[in-house]
Design a binder for this molecule. Structure first.
Ligand code: ATP
Ligand code: MG
Length: 358
């Protein structure tokens, strides 16, 4: 337990400027309810930082973050950054620097909202710093090569260390849920890479006899989870499979506005929704803050786990449950869910519920 937590606020781009303040408002209200004091540090990042300071990742950002307990990172719209070496994409830098090996993405169907399967309640735990993603390929330095004009080779890195780390995240999480882990891979084809990933998952499974463990080949999983998501609790997988499958499961429960996430390592964690910066709807006050707000709750929960602080678990529950009640019971929702409330109205309703909770 700590007397004071230090939390960074990095709004990011486009709708980040709208959904992050609502997230901080909910987190602050919940921490106040449980009697935890926190210091909040606003840090410029992304396009607003570039326009103001000439770089998307101001000097000292990493050093400053290293001294914090965790941070909230809004979406980053790096595809629209100018062609300038000072306009870097902060994502891979943050993930690599802080070894945020596990990207945790829950998909849960809410009552009264359109979902393909009403009984979906699962979490994808995706390896976050290696795999096929060229920007994360620390071993090769770059993940794609073009040895001749018409041939490209993409390299996929799998390490025992990170396979084990992500498996541990999944089993720990499963213990706090329905005690079931499914490893998703394709060791029938990627015998070495997926083979190593599966081996490490099995080793970790042996240390968690109380958690049911099974494995499903990725293509079969895509079919099975689409037809019967209730068969799954925690799903652990490699980077690219997890990227694709977590969008699929987000689709099962109503889309990206409802897809929260946390990128966590052993020492640091950042709340980060699955969605991008949505420039098509930015600045209109219509972005759904659910994903970002629940990501904030996940950060509080992670901090509670790390510091053995039950007050933070309670704060996380308060944020999560209030957010869900605002949609399920109050029917205050943004246009993507068929409502007419603004981002701020949803945030305000969440804060009110937190303040009124018994
Ligand atoms: P990225 O590459 O950064 O993941 P993307 O191309 O996947 O970006 P998003 O920015 O996630 O795109 O947006 C995809 C679609 O989902 C857009 O139409 C966007 O408006 C919508 N969307 C994303 N997030 C939200 C949200 N929080 N609320 C409402 N709509 C959203
Ligand atoms: Mg996307």
């Amino acid at each position: 337990m700590k007397d004071n937590y230090r939390i960074g606020v990095l709004e990011g781009d486009d709708i980040g400027l709208e959904v992050v303040p609502e997230t901080v408002r909910a987190m602050k209200a919940a921490l106040q309810r449980v009697g935890v004091t926190a210091e909040w540090l606003d840090m410029p990042i992304g396009r607003p930082a570039y326009d103001q300071l000439g770089t998307t990742m101001p000097d000292g950002t990493l050093e400053q973050l290293a001294g914090l307990d965790g941070w909230v990172l809004g979406p980053i719209g790096h595809r629209e950054y100018p062609d300038d070496p000072r306009a870097v994409n902060p994502h891979p830098i943050l993930r690599k620097h802080f070894e945020l090996h596990s990207n945790i993405r829950p998909s849960r169907a809410l009552k009264g909202l359109p979902a393909i399967h009403r009984d979906t309640d699962l979490v994808i735990v995706r390896e976050n710093t290696e795999g096929f993603q060229p920007d994360r390929n620390v071993v090769a330095g770059c993940g794609e090569f073009r040895p001749t004009h018409d041939t490209t080779i993409s390299v996929r890195v799998i390490t025992r260390k990170n396979s084990r780390a992500v498996a541990l995240s999944a089993f720990e999480l499963a213990r706090r849920r329905r005690s079931k882990v499914t490893a998703v891979h394709k060791n029938t084809v990627f015998k070495l890479g997926c083979g190593m990933f599966a081996e490490e998952c099995r080793k970790v499974a042996a240390d968690y006899p109380d958690v049911e463990y099974n494995e499903v080949i990725v293509d079969t999983f895509a079919m099975k989870v689409t037809m019967k998501p209730s068969d799954y609790d925690v799903v652990v997988t490699t980077n690219m499979f997890g990227d694709i499958l977590s969008d699929l499961t987000a689709g099962l429960v109503g889309g990206l506005g409802l897809a929260p996430g946390l990128s966590a390592g052993d020492d640091h964690a950042m709340a980060q929704a699955t969605h991008g910066s949505a420039p098509d709807i930015a600045g209109r006050g219509v972005a759904n803050p659910y994903a970002m707000i629940v990501s904030g709750a996940m950060l509080l929960d992670w901090l509670g786990q790390k510091h053995g602080d039950d007050r933070l678990h309670r704060a996380a529950e308060l944020v999560q449950e209030s957010m869900v009640s605002v949609l399920e019971q109050d029917g205050v929702m943004t246009p993507d869910l068929g409502g007419s409330a603004s981002t701020g109205e949803v945030g305000q309703a969440v804060a009110r519920r937190i303040e009124a909770a018994v």
